[in-house]
Design a protein around this ligand. Sequence first.
Ligand SMILES: Nc1ncnc2c1ncn2[C@@H]1O[C@H](COP(=O)(O)OP(=O)(O)O)[C@@H](O)[C@H]1O
Ligand SMILES: [Mg+2]
Length: 239
Amino acid sequence: MPNRFKGKLIIVEGIDGSGKSTQLSLLSQWLRSQGIAVVFSEWNSSPLVRDTMRRGKKKKMLTPTTFSLLHATDFADRLERYILPLLKAGAVVCADRYAYTAFARDVARGVDRQWVRNLYRFAPRPNLSFYFRVPLEVALGRILGGRDVIKYYEAGMDLGLSRDVEESFRIFQDRILTEYEAMTEEMGFQVIDATLSIEAQQQLLRDLVQKKLGKSLQAGTLQGVERGKDGNEEALTVL
Ligand SMILES: Nc1ncnc2c1ncn2[C@@H]1O[C@H](COP(=O)(O)OP(=O)(O)O)[C@@H](O)[C@H]1O
Ligand SMILES: [Mg+2]
């Protein structure tokens, strides 16, 4: 379903280490510097299912289906309580991951492709979706070593791909990458070569935002809103 709100929804997708957060944060700062009301929404941040999710992960109780359903609930809560009201008010919402993350990750976990797309049918289509295309090894090189333990579900350890966490993570990320590639056209992603420098990619993003949303950003969007009505700072950080 297309997004017909006054505000604009910009989202980023890609495997871990593709540079999504880096680019979205720079893009938000740039938009904000032009006096546009920008809010930031993160994946996996709804207070509604936080405790259940945490317990399920800690005790390794989640199956691919319950993992998917809990994330969908988390997403629906964030969408209905923060993202949609802000879009209606005319803000630019920058979302770090969107439903496509579930399409890639839950399917990589063995969930049926059509089932998961159907589950997220309530989600409006973003005005602009950036996909950061990066070879697995480049992304792994950026994140492995540089950080502490990879978590059980993050590494896809629940799938029994390998006993070694890093190897499991590698196989799982590769599956996710395959899913992203397969949906690129279907979802109308703007593909960004994520091996380029941070500055070069940011320029591409800004040019595309200007080209695709430039006029409406000047005309319709809210200028200078301080924060979402709900005021949940953890879920929604105003940049
Ligand atoms: N274009 C780039 N070239 C090299 N390193 C990058 C680039 N973009 C991001 N990084 C680094 O890679 C790591 C992962 O970036 P991040 O934006 O957190 O990715 P994601 O949000 O997709 O997981 C960070 O340490 C970041 O500084
Ligand atoms: Mg990130």
